[in-house]
Design a protein around this ligand. Structure first.
Ligand SMILES: Cc1ncc(COP(=O)(O)O)c(C=O)c1O
Length: 397
């Protein structure tokens, strides 16, 4: 292979971050919180180094570093910082970019806790931080909301659970004009389908708990920065506030992400068939799926576009409002009634009752999160089995 050859996504997913020429093919889980120095000069040198390797595993762990390098490669970033959860990544980003009395613009139907910690929680409110939540898929809304003290634009695309898509390059052009950092939560797409840094974002975050891990077996997050400066600043925030990922969980994500591409291909294929089936079912009022032409931002989905594929999430409204949605959810057998998404198992949930119950009903409805909405994350089971399960449960709705 020539030195100029650029490996494809699946090759990087398997080999980036750690590639053995001899010895174990997976990064060993290094179970040591602290590291011996050869002598005082060696200890002092390690403390003086920028990467802080071989000191103390909150500062740097080889197992976690292997994962960070792999995901940074997949996201086309300068570097990655793994965190103990997706929310630890969200919090580190808020903590880093927001000051006293600053203003943030954020996607209205973002993940519930990412929104509620800005909205209700005393720790941001007591510093006078204010947030404007709006439909960021309309860039004019974002333009109108910019204030002199806006210190962060934070978008989730597709948003949760409305699957509204924001055009990242439009928002990033606006953010650059005003010198405001743009952070994108890329959890729903995963780096297989979308690379926000390529479209002008400064920082990407993920809940790795979802499709990066893919097996619902660990909680974790990651921050990927485009520039060396943001990478080091955010690394400082995470190591000093302490929300780091454990090496045991790092190796689960390291191995999980190796199959991200093939899992996502299979999940997308079934999701498309399920979305078509739901769209034609008499008990379903509406379906939101980025792969359908009636999705308002469908033009951003496809080869060489912002989203290289429509993903495996479908939001749909069951006839009969909340009662109809509950009947479906209480009667599915193969589809698991559970929050989370992006894994090998198909999951369904009611945002009004579960993930977004903390958002007041009025605000929820303003953000398009209706009572009858069911969010479905399609896994890798056989399509015919998933369809039969939904069909029998809808028969009871
Ligand atoms: C889009 C999105 N961002 C962030 C999070 C938070 O991640 P975690 O649960 O790993 O803390 C979630 C969790 O569901 C999510 O869906």
């Amino acid at each position: 292979m020539s030195d100029e050859h650029n490996p494809g996504f699946n090759t990087n997913a398997v080999h980036a971050g750690y590639h053995a020429h001899s010895g174990p093919v997976n990064p060993p889980v290094e179970e040591s919180s602290t590291y011996a120095f050869e002598n005082c000069v060696d200890g002092a040198d390690r403390f003086a180094s920028r990467d802080k390797k071989g000191i103390y595993s909150r500062l740097s762990s080889p197992t976690v570093n292997a994962l960070e390098k792999k995901i940074a490669k997949l996201e086309h970033g300068f570097g990655g910082i793994a965190t103990a959860s997706g929310m630890a990544a969200v919090s580190a980003v808020y903590f880093h970019f927001l000051d006293n009395e600053s203003h943030v613009i954020a996607t209205s139907s973002m993940y519930g806790p990412s929104r509620t910690i800005l909205e209700n929680s005393s720790f941001y409110k007591k510093w006078g931080v204010r947030a404007t939540f709006l439909e960021t898929s309309h860039v004019d809304n974002v333009r109108r909301a910019v204030q002199p003290n806006t210190k962060l634009i934070y978008i989730e695309t597709p948003a949760n659970p409305t699957l509204a898509i924001t055009d990242i390059s439009n928002v990033s052009a606006l953010a650059r004009k005003h010198g405001i950092p743009l952070v994108v939560d890329n959890t729903f797409c995963s780096p297989y389908l979308q690379n926000p840094l390529d479209w002008g974002a400064d920082v990407v975050i993920h809940s790795m708990t979802k499709s990066i891990g893919g097996h619902a077996n660990a909680v974790g997050g990651i921050i990927i920065a485009k520039t060396e400066k943001d990478y080091h600043d955010l690394r400082n925030v995470v190591t000093n506030t302490g929300g780091v990922l454990s090496p045991h969980d790092a190796v689960l994500f390291f191995n999980g992400v190796k199959t991200l591409g093939i899992r996502m291909d299979k999940m997308q294929e079934s999701a498309k068939r399920i979305a078509d089936f739901l769209a034609n079912h008499e008990k379903i009022e509406w379906v939101i799926y980025p792969g359908h032409e009636d999705h308002p931002m469908h033009h951003l989905v496809g080869e060489n576009r912002q989203m290289r594929g429509p993903g495996a999430l479908i939001s749909f409204g069951v006839r009969g409002g909340l009662v109809g949605a509950k009947t479906l959810l209480d009667n599915v057998k193969l589809n698991t009634l559970a929050v989370s998404l992006g894994g090998v198992e198909s999951l369904m949930e009611s945002p009004a009752l579960m993930t977004h119950a903390g958002v007041p009903k009025f605000e929820r409805e303003k953000a398009g999160i209706k009572d009858e909405l069911v969010r479905c994350s399609v896994g890798i089971e056989d399509f015919e089995d998933l369809k039969a399960d939904i069909e029998q449960a809808l028969g009871k709705a």
